[in-house]
Design a protein around this ligand. Structure first.
Ligand code: DGY
Length: 322
C-alpha cells in the first residue's frame, strides 16, 4: 500500500510533486500554522509526518497515530517534537544538521554588525528624510567588531563557525560549552564570566529543558553597558522579559532572530525598542540551504518508511546500543 505522509507546512510544488510520486500526501498549504485538530485527524492513519518548526508534535498526537513509522523535520532543532515520547514509541526522528551551519553563522554576524554599526537605525533615519547635516566626526557612531571581545555560548558547529568568522574580523573570542570543548582560537571561560567580559554575546545552544532561560536575568545583569546580545538559536534559551527590561533601560543592545513566542506577538514590547534589531527566524533562510534541508528531510523520510536507519537522526538511541 502507498504510504500516507502528512506534510505540516507549505512546500514548493516541485518538492510536493516528487513526494507525491511515492506517497499519498495530506499536505497543509496555508501560510498560518496547521491547527492541531487537523493534524490529529490527518495523522490518525499516517505512516509518516514531514514537519518543521511551528507544528508541535506532541505525545498525545503520537499516541493517537498508531501507524506512524517515522517523523522527519525540515530543521536541525527538534524542540517542537516531544523527542522523549517519540523515542519511547520507537519512532526515529529525522532532522537536518550541518547544511545550515554557514547560513546561520552568517546571520549571527549580520545581526552583530547591524547592531554595532546601527545599520537598521541609520536606514530608518535616511528613509525618514532626516539626513540634513553634512559629514561630521560624531555622526551615528557605532562600535567595532575588530576591537570587541565576542562570547560564544555553545560551541557546537554553528557556535564554532561564528567563532571563526568573528576571529577573522580580529575580535578576541571567548566561549562556553556545557561539556568542556577545546576550540582553536577560543578561550574557554565560565558562563558567568563570559557574560561579564564580552562586548558581544552570541547564543548557539540547542533548546532543551536544561537550557531554558540559560540567559537569565542575573546573566543579562552582568553584561557590560552597551554590550550586544545576539540570539539565532531558540527564544526559550533567553529570558525575554528580563531582556526587554535591560533593553528598555538602555543598558544593552540586541539582535534577535528567534523569540519565546513565534510569530512575535504584535503587542511584544520588543517592537517598541530602538536598540534591538529584529528578524523573523531567518537563520537558515537562503535558497541553497533550504533546498539542502528539504533534500535531507526527504532522504530521512524515505529511509524511515523503508524501515532503514535515518542518515540524520535526532534520537539515535531509538536504534538501541551500537
Ligand atoms: C532549525 O533548523 O532549527 C533552524 O532554526 C531553522 O532556521
Amino acid at each position: 500500500m502507498t504510504p500516507h505522509v502528512v506534510v505540516t507546512l507549505p512546500l514548493p510544488a516541485s518538492v510536493l510533486d516528487e513526494l507525491g510520486r511515492s506517497y499519498r500526501l495530506s499536505a497543509w498549504s496555508e501560510t498560518g500554522p496547521m491547527p492541531d485538530t487537523t493534524l490529529q485527524s490527518w495523522a490518525a492513519d499516517a505512516d509518516a509526518i514531514l514537519c518543521s518548526l511551528g507544528t508541535p508534535i506532541t505525545a498525545t498526537l503520537l499516541a493517537n497515530s498508531p501507524r506512524l513509522q517515522t517523523i522527519s523535520s525540515i530543521s536541525v532543532g527538534v524542540d517542537h517534537i516531544d523527542l522523549g515520547a517519540a523515542t519511547r514509541a520507537g519512532l526515529p526522528v529525522g532532522h537536518t544538521p550541518d547544511v545550515l551551519v554557514d547560513s546561520t553563522a552568517d546571520m549571527a554576524v549580520a545581526l552583530m554588525l547591524s547592531v554595532m554599526r546601527r545599520i537598521v537605525e541609520a536606514d530608518r533615519f535616511v528613509r525618514a528624510g532626516e539626513w540634513g547635516q553634512g559629514w561630521s566626526t560624531d555622526f551615528f557612531l557605532g562600535t567595532d567588531l575588530s576591537r570587541a571581545t565576542v562570547g560564544i555560548v555553545g560551541l557546537g558547529p554553528i557556535g564554532r563557525a561564528v567563532a571563526a568568522r568573528v576571529g577573522s574580523f580580529g575580535a578576541r573570542v571567548i566561549g562556553w560549552n556545557r561539556t568542556v570543548r577545546e576550540v582553536p582560537g577560543v578561550c574557554a571561560v565560565d558562563l558567568d564570566d563570559l557574560f561579564a567580559e564580552a562586548d558581544v554575546i552570541s547564543v548557539h545552544t540547542a533548546a532543551t529543558a536544561e537550557t531554558r532561560h540559560l540567559v537569565n536575568r542575573d546573566r543579562i545583569g552582568r553584561m557590560k553597558p552597551g554590550a550586544v546580545l545576539v540570539n539565532t538559536a531558540r527564544g526559550s534559551v533567553v529570558d525575554e522579559t528580563a531582556l526587554v527590561d535591560a533593553l528598555a533601560a538602555g543598558k544593552i543592545r540586541a539582535g534577535l532572530d528567534v523569540y519565546e513566542q513565534e510569530p512575535l506577538p504584535q503587542d511584544s514590547p520588543l517592537l517598541g525598542l530602538d536598540n534591538v534589531v529584529l528578524v523573523p527566524h531567518l537563520g537558515s533562510a537562503t535558497a541553497a540551504t533550504r533546498q539542502a534541508m528539504m533534500e535531507r528531510a526527504s532522504i530521512n523520510l524515505a529511509s524511515g518508511l523503508r524501515g532503514e536507519r535515518l542518515p540524520w537522526c535526532a534520537n539515535p538511541e531509538v536504534y538501541g546500543p551500537g
